[in-house]
Write a protein that binds this ligand. Structure first.
Ligand SMILES: *Cc1c(COP(=O)(O)O)cnc(C)c1O
Length: 232
């Protein structure tokens, strides 16, 4: 263990938790309703051991191969791996084996493939439907209109348990542009089913306060915990 990075991660987590608490209070919410999911993409295994020592055993990854490699290296720890990035159907089988949750379910075909692999493993996977609320072509996810139909079909698959919705806001200096994505996700959830879809995964290092104000129950935070990622 590297004491310096351990202390840095610890201090960063304390700062993030303080931001969550302040935002929750301002919104009149209980901070305990908001789950902090550390996003560990590009973060090396030694840092993840430090994170685990601090009591955080849920880790969000956006690439299946990286998740699989880390799961092997950290097999001695009881880590829950949560896929938050684009899932190709040819990686659905390994994801069904390694992940404990998927936040980025974005197509019906993928849902059917996953369901089949999960059936073979006799598992049920909690999933969130990713919704493209920013309208950007580069972002994955169902359009809000597609999500309505997809929800009904995916709900019928016995090995997927849809727990809620996930989105990424358009990166913008204008907080109202960011907020519009989060409001849209919450309103879509309310139209689908507020009782069957309790989870809203939205908000990252730069916009978690706005997401919390709009009802986020899960925030996915990377750089505010681990520092800036390499830009390649
Ligand atoms: C990288 C990533 C995050 C975390 O982003 P930060 O700005 O580093 O907090 C959250 N969600 C998804 C889907 C990501 O890929």
């Amino acid at each position: 263990m590297n004491t310096q990075s351990y202390l840095q991660i610890s201090a960063n987590l304390a700062a993030v938790n303080q931001r969550v608490e302040t935002a929750a209070q301002r919104a009149g919410r209980d901070p305990a309703e908001i789950r902090l999911l550390p996003v560990t993409k590009f973060v090396p295994e030694e840092r993840l051991r430090e994170l685990a020592r601090l009591g955080y055993l849920e880790m969000g990854e956006n690439r299946v191969q990286e998740m699989q490699r880390k799961a092997e290296h950290l097999a001695d720890l009881d880590v829950s791996w949560i896929l938050i990035g684009k899932l190709q159907r040819n990686k659905a089988r390994v994801t069904a084996q390694v992940a404990t949750e998927i936040h980025s379910l974005d197509s019906l075909r993928l849902a059917n493939t996953l369901n089949r692999h999960l059936e073979a493993l006799d598992r049920t996977m909690p999933v969130l439907l990713q919704v493209n609320t920013s309208g950007e072509e580069t972002k994955s996810g169902f359009s809000p209109a597609e999500a309505l139909a997809a929800y009904e079909e995916i709900r019928a698959l016995p090995h997927l348990d849809i727990r809620g919705l996930m989105t990424m806001a358009r990166p913008s200096e204008d907080s109202e542009v960011v907020r519009a994505s989060f409001t849209q996700l919450r309103e879509l959830r309310d139209r689908l089913s507020p009782t069957d879809l309790p989870e809203l995964s939205m908000g990252m290092s730069g916009d978690m306060e706005i997401a919390i104000e709009e009802g986020a129950t899960i925030i996915r935070v990377g750089s505010a915990i681990f520092g800036a990622r390499p830009t390649t």
